[in-house]
Write a protein that binds this ligand. Structure first.
Ligand code: KG4
Ligand code: ZN
Length: 344
């Protein structure tokens, strides 16, 4: 079957067409229209502006995704619609959900509301290298994005237990804030990881919050404050590139150390055989590599999404929608436009 995926929870207007057959999925087309330039001057995403841009772009993205997939007759060639229903920015989500509801109503197609974080988890089903299909549940997920830092035990398709989470800021948010303090622009994650390659993390050591706590939770607001105080102590002089790189490297190490330590602790505690990394911060090369190494040492399978599916996209929403549809065909079929309560 073919599913149209729609994602508008933050600053990307995204759509994808996915082909699903049994446990196998294949992306037919995938379009992401980014608003990064618009929000960069504000240092973060402005919800009302994001919604306005989604409204402006959604029609174009829809035409393009169908064109790339070679779809001429929507009613005949698309079997269901999956849309992000939350969490995310309310005004932005409404644009995608309203569009999806309208399509579902016009073409009488089942509508599947997808949790954005579940979408990130399923981005791993787009990793051709790992046969997740053969992985046994429970699977451990580390979801790291601009809004979330969560350790989730996946007991089956659609069955989850949150076993650890951030008590304040998300790790991606901490990258963004640290980058802002260092004058590196938005989004901060890619900028910090790039400049950190040239830095020495031992030069300005920073604390790894909650690294020794017994639970599986995280906290990132203290790390951001530590960067702020460090910059204050260094005085007002203009930071040279090497100092910025050293601070970025220390920040990255402190942020990742705690993520990795708690993830491996959770893997041992729950005796999982597979670990999946996902969310925008999963684009971080050092995080990908260190988790790979630690998983190999522990003898467990490990997957991270292909780079293009790390940050927000609609292919992951379509995959999550597809597996949800397989499980709940009856309810999905009934959920056509008007009576589809997507939890809004
Ligand atoms: O999943 P995502 O696209 O949007 C949310 O659902 O939040 O994640 C965006 C986050 C941003 O905070 C961005 O700075 C971070 O992912 N990010 C990275 C990297 N690339 C993106 N963080 C660290 N290293 C990266 N290479
Ligand atoms: Zn996301």
């Amino acid at each position: 079957m073919r599913i149209l995926g729609i994602e508008t929870s933050c600053d990307d207007t995204a759509m994808a067409v996915l082909e699903g057959k049994g446990e196998k999925v294949k992306v037919i087309s995938n379009i992401v229209s980014s608003q990064i330039k618009l929000h960069a001057k504000y240092g973060g995403v402005v919800p009302s502006l994001a919604a306005r841009e989604h409204t402006k772009n959604i029609g174009k993205v829809f035409s393009l995704v169908l064109k790339e997939a070679g779809i001429k007759n929507f009613k005949k060639e698309i079997d269901a619609i999956a849309v992000t229903r939350g969490p995310g920015l309310g005004p932005a989500l409404l644009v995608g959900v309203s569009f999806a509801k309208t399509l579902s109503w016009i073409f009488k197609k089942p509508l599947i509301g997808v949790n954005h974080l579940e979408g990130h988890i399923y981005s791993n089903w787009l990793n051709p290298k790992l046969e997740i299909r053969n992985s046994k549940f429970p699977i451990l997920n580390l979801i790291v994005s601009g809004g979330h830092t969560e350790l989730v035990l996946m007991k089956d398709h659609g069955k989850y237990e949150v076993i650890g989470e951030t008590l304040d800021d998300a790790v991606g948010e901490a990258f963004d804030k640290a980058a802002r303090l260092l004058g590196l622009g938005y989004p901060g994650g890619p900028a910090i990881s790039k400049i950190a390659e040239k830095g020495n993390h031992e030069h300005y050591p920073l604390p790894s919050p909650m690294v020794h706590s017994k639970d599986l939770n995280f906290s990132y607001s203290g790390l951001k404050t530590a960067v702020l105080y460090l910059l204050r102590d260094l005085g007002k002089r203009k930071l040279d590139e090497q100092t910025k790189a050293d601070i970025a490297a220390s920040f990255q190490k402190a942020a990742l150390d705690v993520l990795i330590k708690k993830t491996m602790k959770a893997a041992e505690k729950y005796k999982v055989k597979t670990l999946l990394l996902s969310g925008g911060v999963s684009a971080n090369k050092m995080l990908r590599e260190r988790l790979q190494k630690e998983s190999a040492e522990l003898g467990i399978n490990y997957s991270c999404p292909p780079m293009e599916y790390t940050t927000d996209n609609a292919a992951m929403i379509a995959v999550a929608g597809y597996f949800s549809y397989l499980k709940n065909k009856k309810t999905a079929l009934k959920a056509v436009a008007m009576d589809a309560n997507l939890g809004f």
